[in-house]
Design a protein around this ligand. Structure first.
Ligand SMILES: Cc1cc2nc3c(=O)[nH]c(=O)nc-3n(C[C@H](O)[C@H](O)[C@H](O)COP(=O)(O)OP(=O)(O)OC[C@H]3O[C@@H](n4cnc5c(N)ncnc54)[C@H](O)[C@@H]3O)c2cc1C
Length: 475
């Protein structure tokens, strides 16, 4: 693509090495796109906060080559134990039960501390030859036609980096979003401030997530969750409106001692602590010129329902292949418009869902697992059949086995896949991997062109229209 005489430092600058920036870095690296992730901090984020990985993100992690490490680093969510006056008063299950099946190998959320997820993503990025430049804070953004269509990011150290595209993955307070003048529209979900911390506790079993409901009017709850794969507990505690939360180790010990049967000294170590007020807000745009917003920079929400990290990683997964198609394969840059079109709609739905879960208006279940997300209404999606079967264009392509080939094995990698089920596969000249077999119960009969991010982009009974679609995406 990108011609011109202006020299760029890298093709894509990704701002922020959180889950979004790291996932995008991996996806770009495996496509051979030159990208640099710049991170303000000197090291990766140390806290556990986004600890729930949803089944759809597990599938994404499988494709990105980190699923074995993620499985090894985490565990299932324990049952919540509700304590009243120092005794165990009842149990509560966080999620509606779900079984793994042939079309989705991951049924329930998997608990991995966010710091561990980020370590795993960073290790994979490095393995693929990708880079994170730590200790680099972006302070301003310049886009100007005179720059021959590049974007320049100025760092606090005075250095300027130039790229064809930039991605703001710099979190909820995104400096890049502010520099672009993109507003966030939203509301306070809950006026009560929350404490979240990672601690070591002695004398508390790790078989349950221990919940201590509020004692008395105006008091807040305490929850102590054993973090799978670590020796830590994640502390979550709610406070009355207007409270300035004491984040010192002694302050955290006091909250635990005041609200549970534990003594302050039972909290033997405080490893990380933070506070937040649950908000739900959506960026007015996910793109300005050559800069895209992704992850928390584009949407902030209540942690209830465990959607944030997941939606963020899937933003990156949607954008990665499109940047690759434009920068590496010469696809029309209009393909990049479909990022905002597809992901802003998903984020808006997710914000509503997180808020409803936070307010107790809905349970964690099918919707929070994110397997039903789709892009049916996207301008990129092409359904040519008049009476589609169980899977329509825009839907997530389910797993399954066709002629002894596991579909998720066939999909794994940065390519497109053509499924020819009960019909002859047309000649695509090696542009997509082809899986041919009989009609499949999950899909029905037909041709299904599966995008690199695992959604059916095009579906038809015959190949009529397939070549035209392929030209659009430079297949
Ligand atoms: C208590 C709590 C519990 C949560 N639980 C869940 C859960 O169970 N499941 C779930 O899916 N989500 C959960 N979340 C949400 C999840 O943590 C976030 O959605 C996720 O971290 C977003 O990732 P991100 O990469 O977009 O942003 P961040 O993780 O915020 O990363 C942004 C990065 O950008 C860097 N940065 C910032 N400014 C600059 C700059 N100017 N220049 C360079 N670098 C910069 C930051 O240092 C940071 O490393 C929870 C959040 C909280 C607070």
């Amino acid at each position: 693509m990108a011609g011109g005489s202006v020299a760029v430092d890298t093709d894509v600058l990704v701002v922020g090495a959180g889950p979004t920036g790291l996932a995008l870095g991996i996806d770009l690296a495996r496509r051979g796109v030159d990208a640099l992730v710049v991170e303000r901090a000197d090291e990766l984020f140390p806290g556990s906060r986004g600890k729930g990985i949803q089944p759809r993100t597990m599938e994404v992690f499988d494709d990105l080559g980190v699923i074995d490490a993620i499985l090894a680093a985490g565990g299932r969510y324990p049952v919540q134990m509700i304590w009243q006056d120092g005794v165990r008063a009842g149990e509560h299950r966080m999620f509606d039960p779900a079984e793994a099946s042939e079309d989705s190998a991951y049924a329930e959320p998997w608990m991995v501390a966010q710091w561990r997820t980020q370590q795993i993503l960073h290790a994979r990025l490095t393995e693929l030859g990708g880079r994170v430049a730590f200790g680099r804070e972006v302070v301003s953004v310049t886009q100007h036609p005179l720059d021959e269509g590049t974007v320049a990011l100025r760092l606090s150290c005075g250095e300027t980096l130039r790229a064809w595209y930039a991605v703001a993955a710099d979190g909820g307070r995104s400096a890049v979003r502010r520099a672009l003048g993109i507003g966030m529209t939203g509301e306070t979900v809950d006026p009560h401030p929350m404490l979240v911390a990672d601690v070591r506790i002695r004398g508390l079993d790790r078989d349950n997530w221990h919940v201590f409901p509020p004692r008395g009017e105006g008091a807040g709850f305490l929850a102590l969750c054993p973090l799978a794969g670590t020796e830590d507990f994640q502390v979550a505690a709610q406070f009355p409106e207007g409270t300035e939360i004491d984040l010192t180790p002694d302050g955290i010990r006091k909250v635990v001692a005041d609200r549970s049967r534990l003594a302050a000294e039972d909290v033997t170590e405080v490893r990380w602590a933070s506070d937040f007020r649950p908000r739900a807000a959506l960026a007015d745009r996910f793109r300005s010129g050559r800069v895209f917003l992704a992850g928390d920079a584009a949407h902030v929400h209540s942690p209830a329902g465990g959607q944030g990290l997941n939606t963020s990683v899937q933003d990156a997964y949607n954008l990665g292949w499109k940047l690759g198609a434009v920068l590496r394969d010469g696809a029309d840059a209009a393909l990049l418009d479909t990022y905002e079109e597809e992901r802003r709609a998903v984020a808006a739905d997710m914000l509503g869902l997180s808020t409803r879960v936070h307010r107790g208006e809905t349970r964690r279940g099918e919707a929070t697992r994110q397997l039903g997300l789709h892009y049916r209404e996207s301008s990129l999606t092409t359904e040519t059949r008049t009476s589609p079967g169980p899977v329509r264009a825009g839907d997530r392509a389910p797993d399954g086995t066709v002629n002894g080939v596991r579909l998720f094995d066939a999909f794994r990698g940065p390519h497109w896949t053509l499924l020819a089920l009960g019909v002859e596969a047309p000649e695509l000249g090696g542009a997509a991997r082809v899986v041919q077999g009989p009609a499949h119960p999950a899909y029905g009969t037909g041709l299904f062109l599966v995008r690199p991010d695992g959604y059916v982009g095009w579906a038809g009974e015959t190949c009529e229209g397939l070549a035209e679609f392929g030209r659009r995406i430079r297949l």
